[in-house]
Design a protein around this ligand. Structure first.
Ligand code: NAP
Length: 285
């Protein structure tokens, strides 16, 4: 069945790949980005794939742009079936080094951005008695990692938010929630993190420096191996499997590496369905 799908963060990486794969599968795609001047890569990919996209402005930090994009998508397609919360940004600094301004920005883009976009569509989904919110989380939404505590905190928040929504909205209104949890994606993401570090004073000379150097050096070495990093197309294929699923998972890793890395947390309940049932049984039966 052809669906109407709105995706955030389509100026690069996973957003572009997901928009193209969704359009190739015959869906109506509202590919959004905060700055339409960065649409060139998306347009080129769409042209190469021979697909048409509706490209709209949407900044996940600005509710007015979210409402405007949602309203336009509903006006053009008559409905939205799937929201894909893809926009996000990484951040690598210890809590001691992180400024409050940076912390607010990381939480605002990665957590509040998801809440704002979901809030903008959830009433529409409830009235339809159908809909699917797919949020691109991370293995960092399940496993805390060095110097990533602010980013992981935001992604853990996203996981809790989605899990809570799935406990009562899915069984009562037929609206589904899925967290997609990639390991690494070969995209602009890591370079943007390093740009942010360089633009805010670089690696600071303090007691954390040797530990941070070890972490960053290791991350750069791992980027060269095929194990952790997937292409955006590979991860988009997992996102699309969730979109097409009749009974989508509440959470899913995107690679064997990710599955192994998170196994101590996820092995007893890989797709989150057992926990969902337990919460329903405890609180709603
Ligand atoms: P990317 O290439 O850096 O793309 C991130 C996208 O988010 C860009 O389109 C960016 O837009 C957008 N964005 C940032 N702030 C925004 C805002 N305020 N409003 C709207 N859009 C905004 O990274 P990616 O790898 O494709 O990341 C996609 C998702 O995967 C993110 O949620 C990320 O946390 C998650 N993830 C990534 C990795 C990885 O290793 N790359 C691993 C696990 C999870 P601009 O071009 O305007 O900045």
């Amino acid at each position: 069945m052809s669906k109407s799908i709105l995706i955030t963060g389509c100026s690069s990486g996973l957003g572009i790949s997901t928009a193209i794969q969704a359009a190739k599968a015959g869906h109506t795609v509202f590919a959004t980005m905060r700055n339409l001047e960065r649409r060139e890569a998306l347009d080129a990919a769409a042209q190469q794939a021979g697909v048409a996209l509706h490209v709209l402005a949407l900044d996940v930090q600005d509710s007015a742009t979210i409402t405007a994009a949602v309203d336009q998508a509903i006006a053009e397609a008559g409905r939205i079936d799937v929201l894909i919360n893809n926009a996000g940004a990484g951040y690598v600094r210890s809590t001691e080094q992180a400024t409050e301004e940076d912390i607010n920005w990381v939480m605002d883009v990665n957590f509040m951005g998801v809440v704002r976009c979901t809030k903008a569509v959830i009433g529409h989904f409830r009235k339809q008695r159908a809909g699917h919110v797919v949020t691109v989380s991370s293995v960092g939404g399940l496993v805390g990692q060095p110097f990533n505590e602010i980013y992981c905190g935001a992604k853990f928040g996203v996981e809790g938010y989605m899990e809570a929504m799935a406990s009562y909205i899915t069984p009562n209104f037929g609206v589904y929630f899925t967290c997609v949890e990639p390991g690494g994606i070969a995209s602009e993401f890591a370079a943007n993190v390093m740009k942010q570090v360089e633009g805010t004073g670089g690696m600071l000379e303090d007691e954390y420096l040797p530990i941070l150097q070890k972490y960053v050096g290791g991350a750069q070495a791992r980027a060269g191996t095929g194990d952790i990093y997937q292409t955006a197309d590979e991860v988009a294929a997992v996102v699309m499997r969730c979109v097409e699923a009749e009974d989508p998972p509440i959470r899913t890793r995107t690679s064997n590496w990710g599955e192994d890395f998170c196994a101590l947390k996820t092995a007893p309940d890989p797709d989150g369905k057992k926990l969902q049932q337990q919460v329903i049984d405890q609180f709603l039966s």
